[in-house]
Write a protein of this length. Structure first.
Length: 609
């Protein structure tokens, strides 16, 4: 193979630039900022534009801004190299997410980077060298074009609120009142949408943190008093939502989630916000890397709002997360458990069913969560490139999903494939999996299982969990493989690596193609039980009547619940719900309510009384 020979002057110039950057890095003190500079001084292929801007903000807002002047200049120059400067492209003014990209892929980059970049210009312009100040202004001016060409749906909550902050802050900082007016109108639009439909990225452990960031910036740093006041009301709404759904024993959001990257324990970027209020032990949260940004976005609940304040325990929380009738989620919260479900599956990052247990591991206690798996990744640990920029994520399948909840009971039906929704990639298998905490005792109808065994069959497709005074009954009312034949579930122990076991239905051990796999699951929970109470719970659950009838693609699943029959009838081929019964409709008051008391609309009224 011929190796191309570069001109000597180019080789020497490249070496000199690299040497200069290395010297700056080598002379740095071993602090957090210097460690970050060491990563971006000579950007590797996966260095991100957001990461570079984070360094700029931290350096400009820190005590050594003058000493970091040359670094900031270089970092801004690198960001400009990542910015699309071709006016003929839709991504003009946007940025590459990663250094290795030749053009922008994930268009959210311009929002994330500008969120911090405008803060640099707004608060720390006098800390920049004259050259860096000019470059930052040039960067932000071009970013305005990227923001305008980046169309964001009002339901895409975290990016929509970020774009709102960007426009208002850019308008006020760069003397562009037209931008400030545009951003203010966006906030009004979001408030009106949410007052009808709820928050689309509902209870997301990651994106609720991002939402709080942008709202806190608006409430704290904008000059427009009207926008500041509206942002403060939106912050109040999020904190009421978080408090209502908080499961205190595990220091996290309970219930079903939209967009949750942590299959097992449901933690994310939100965690750093409740720390200051004592809702989360600070030892459980990683130290802040970018302290200037963390301080700027810090948000605490309104006075008097505690982790358990929105209603007594037990309590029932209901909320919409979009306009369709099936876009809802509900949660029953007790002292030592919570159980929640969504009316439909939102996408490959959601948790449509989740049950929390109070375990000795606290925040690390594994959630009981359901998903359909096409990658043979039962714990969500095998991340693969997704999206236009190849962000590494562990996506599950998006099935047809329908559910009803009555207090501490849930019945749900899941089936894959979902009509009209092609898969991201062709599945290599098809499993229905419910992750289980290793702390919990697992029982079959016949007795306790041996936790050391690699697997256990479930007579009657029923299993029980016991943890402390809590009992959970799980019955697979209906389970078919891709050939339409009934299939048994198993409890599988993959070892102690993830502190979890799993209940798994094998619809297809190999590629399912277009063939369908279906499962219906009934879950009941109770607490305050001693040994005798647990035995009675098992007897009662086993004696309750269930059935499933499949007529072609139509499935009917009833279960004899505590308050009456829970039932779902659906046309799986069309992906439509034909009938449901048994849900706690008296408590289903939207778009957000606790024990039947709505708490959203008053906070989002244009002119609150």
């Amino acid at each position: 193979m011929d190796i191309p020979v570069l001109p000597l002057r180019i080789v020497l110039l490249t070496l000199l630039v690299a040497l200069a950057r290395f010297v700056r890095t080598a002379q740095a003190a071993p602090g957090a900022l210097d460690k970050e500079w060491a990563k971006i001084a000579i950007p590797g292929p996966n260095v991100g534009s957001r990461e570079i801007m984070g360094f700029i903000l931290e350096a400009a807002g820190g005590p050594d801004a003058a000493q970091n002047g040359p670094r900031i200049e270089q970092a801004v120059s690198d960001l400009q190299r990542m910015q699309d400067r071709d006016p003929s492209r839709k991504t003009y003014g946007n940025l590459c997410w990663y250094w290795h990209e030749t053009k922008p892929g994930d268009r959210n980059a311009v929002e994330f980077v500008t969120q911090q970049g405008v803060l640099v210009r707004m608060r720390f312009a006098d800390h920049l060298t004259p050259a860096a100040r000019v470059s930052v202004d040039q960067f932000l001016t071009l970013a305005i074009e990227g923001i305008h060409r980046h169309k964001v749906d009002v339901g895409y909550t975290n990016i929509y609120l970020m774009k709102t902050w960007n426009l208002v802050a850019l308008g006020e900082t760069l003397q562009r009142p037209d931008l400030a007016t545009e951003g203010s109108a966006m906030l009004d639009t979001w408030m009106a949408f949410t007052s009808r439909n709820g928050i689309r990225e509902y209870l997301s452990p990651t994106y609720y943190g991002v939402d709080l960031d942008s709202l806190a910036l608006m409430a704290r740093y904008l000059a427009d008093k009207s926008v500041k006041a509206k942002a403060a009301r939106c912050l109040h709404l999020f904190w009421k939502d978080i408090a209502a759904n908080w499961f205190e024993p595990a220091e996290r959001l309970g219930g079903a989630h939209g967009r949750d990257y942590d299959y097992l324990t449901g933690h994310g970027d939100l965690d750093r916000h409740p720390v200051d209020s004592g809702w989360i032990d600070s030892k459980e949260v990683k130290p802040e890397l970018f302290q200037v940004f963390a301080d700027a976005t810090r948000s605490v609940p309104p006075a008097g709002l505690g982790a358990q304040s929105p209603g007594d325990i037990p309590r029932f929380v209901f909320q919409k997360w979009d306009a369709p009738e099936s876009a809802w989620t509900s949660q029953y919260i007790g002292h030592h458990f919570s159980i929640g479900v969504s009316g439909s599956s939102q996408g490959p990052e959601d948790k449509p069913f989740a049950l929390n247990l109070a375990g000795l591991a606290g925040p690390k206690t594994v959630m009981v969560n359901f998903f359909m798996d096409g990658r043979d990744d039962p714990y969500g640990k095998e991340k693969v490139a997704t999206g236009s920029s190849g962000h590494p994520k562990a996506h599950h399948l998006t099935p047809f999903f329908s559910a009803v909840q009555a207090g501490r009971e849930v019945l749900f039906l899941a089936s894959y494939p979902l009509a009209g929704r092609p898969p991201e990639t062709e599945p290599v298998c098809l499993y229905s999996t419910i992750d289980l905490p290793a702390e919990a005792e697992v029982w079959t109808a016949d007795g306790a299982t041996d936790p050391g065994q690699p697997s256990a069959d479930l007579p009657g497709n029923v299993c029980f969990l016991r943890m402390g005074d809590v009992a959970v009954g799980i019955r697979l009312v209906h389970a078919l493989d891709v050939n339409g034949k009934p299939v048994a579930a198993q409890v599988i122990n993959d070892g102690s690596q993830y502190e979890a076991r799993r209940l798994t239905v094998t619809h297809s051990a190999g590629p399912p193609g277009a063939r369908r796999g279906t499962v219906a699951v009934w879950v009941r929970a109770a607490e305050g039980l001693d040994q005798g109470g647990f035995a009675n719970f098992r007897r009662t659950f086993l004696a309750a009547k269930t059935s499933a009838v499949a007529d072609g693609e139509t499935v009917r699943v009833p279960a004899a619940g505590l308050k009456g029959t829970l039932g779902i009838e659906a046309d799986l081929g069309a992906g439509t719900v034909l009938h449901q019964q048994g849900a706690d409709t008296a408590l289903d008051i939207g778009p957000m309510s606790v024990n039947g008391r709505e708490f959203c609309k008053a906070l989002l009224e244009p002119h609150p009384q």
